[in-house]
Structures are given as structure tokens and as C-alpha cells.
Design a protein around this ligand. Sequence first.
Ligand code: HEC
Length: 306
Amino acid sequence: MAALRVAAAGSGRALLNTPRSVQSPRANMSFASLSRGKKVALSTLGVLAAGGAGLALALHQSVKASDLELHPPSYPWSHNGLLSSLDHTSIRRGYQVYKQVCSACHSMEYLAFRNLVGVSHTEAEVKALAEEIEVVDGPDEKGEMFTRPGKLSDYFPKPYPNPEAARAANNGALPPDLSYIVNARHGGEDYVFSLLTGYCEPPVGVTIREGLYYNPYFPGQAIGMAPPIYNEILEYEDGTPATMSQVAKDVCTFLRWAAEPEHDQRKRMGLKLLLGSAILLPLVYYMKRHRWTVLKSRKIAYRPPK
Ligand code: HEC
């Protein structure tokens, strides 16, 4: 084409001997310029490659299906709402569950008795609770350690002196500290609730080693914790019927509070922030409009010189 045009133009330009651009065959390698057969071949190759990649992905996932775990459903916790606080009577019952059941194996080393004051118990009640335990303190003036009743400032007692002792007592499995367990597991309290209530018979063909228990929510399905709760495992001091799900719900609410003691405060601050900004934002907007009126309403016109 280019050559044709130059020839047709035919005037002095052609004589000027301008170097004509030589079209290399490479520049012409676009898809459109390929022959029909090559197009079909290339398209087939593309489709096959994409299909193969898809198949590989699908196979990869189905291979992983062997260690799939059941994901917990999301339960309608009463504290789920944007502005809803924790259920404090539930925290109180949950503490009772922790104390009477879970604390036999699980520590909560970041909680002190004083943390319960004003949350689930009165100060006098917590003092009485703390005094039930014996704390090693000291040294006294003779350099000896002594035991004394617990105080508000003492931390929750641990069931085992060290992780090795905990493992030795639990078939080698370490019961994790429960202080932050709700934040430390995917699914939070939904997961812990499902775990506590989810024990069942293993499906046909699945054998569970001695000392392990089948739980579909636990990664790997074989957990070293025996089913810790069942109906009527304890009697609530407030008379609530202690069904399995009630016990699990209460201890989960307690664990949520333990992991996030600022929960209620956080939501209250959020509400204050929303109210505050509901008043402030319109004012700021009004002020912005006010300040910018001059700039926004000016008119710039071009007057051509006469
Ligand atoms: C008899 C001892 C024992 C009791 C009682 C017990 N647990 Fe456990 N728990 C264990 C052991 C052991 C493990 C570690 C299991 C493992 O890693 O296989 C564990 C693990 C856990 C886990 C972690 C699971 C995970 O995802 O890693 C949670 C949560 C838990 N227990 C909650 C509780 C709660 C809540 C209670 C009280 C209602 C309780 N446990 C009572 C022994 C116990």
C-alpha cells in the first residue's frame, strides 16, 4: 500500500530517495493475519490450556476434601448487633461453667478476679470467690514462701504448673489457655459453641485413635478433649435450666467477654461517635459550602483582545 501511494503520488518526493520503511515479516504476526487453520489451532490450544488449568484446580481442591472440616454456622448471639452489649447474666453463668468444668484442664492466665467486679459479680462476691483459692506468696521475713487466701488482685489459678504437666495429664494434648481463645480461632464463639456441642459418632469407615474423640468442627476431626459438657452437668445458681446448648452458650459469652473486655465500651463509644458526627458533619458541610461559595460561584470568562 505504502509503496503504491508513493508511486501514485509520483512527484518529486519519490525522487528524493527517502528510505522507505521496510516491513519486516515479524511486524505482521498479529492474530488477525494468521491463516484460518492456524487460528483454529491456536484457539483450540487456548481452550485446552484453560480447561486443563480449571481441571487441575478442581482436582487440587477435591484432593484437599479429605481433611475438610465443618465450618460453624453463624449463630444469632445477642451481642452481635452493632449496638448490642454482652449479656451479663450469661457472662455470670459462663464464669460458673468455666470454674466448675473447664478450669479442671484450661487456664485463663490473663484474667484476675478483680476483672469480674462490676461485670458479672459484685465486689463482695468476687472477694469471696478469690478467698476460696490458696495462693503461694512470699518470701516472708524469714525468706520462706507461704500460702494465703486469694485476693481481688490475684489471677485465676492454673490447673497445671506447666505445659508438660498439662500434656502428661491429657494424653499428650495441651489444653490451650482460654483467655483469648475466641479471638484465636476462626469463627470465634460460633466455633467454640459448635466444638462444644458438636461431638458425635465418627462416620462409618473412620476410626479414631484411643484417647481421641471425633468432632467434625475440629481441624482434623480427632480432638484430644473429651466431650466436656452435657445436659445438667451443673446447676445454675440463678435457676436457668442447664441444657447442653445453654451451658455452651453461656461459657462462649463468658469467653467472648474475656477475650474482649472492652466490648460494651467499644460499642458505646461507637454510638457516641455516630451521634456526635451526626451533629458535626452537617455543620462542617455547611461551613465548607459557606467558605467555598466565593470560589464556586465565580465565573471565569475569556475576553478576546479587541
Ligand atoms: C478433661 C480436660 C478438659 C476439660 C474439662 C475441658 N477441656 Fe477443652 N481441651 C482439652 C484438651 C486436652 C484440649 C486440646 C485438644 C487437642 O489439641 O486435641 C482442649 C482444647 C480446647 C479448645 C481448643 C480447640 C482448638 O480449636 O484448638 C477449646 C476452645 C476448649 N478446649 C474449650 C473448652 C471449654 C469451653 C471447656 C469447658 C466447658 C473445656 N474445654 C473443658 C481438655 C479439656
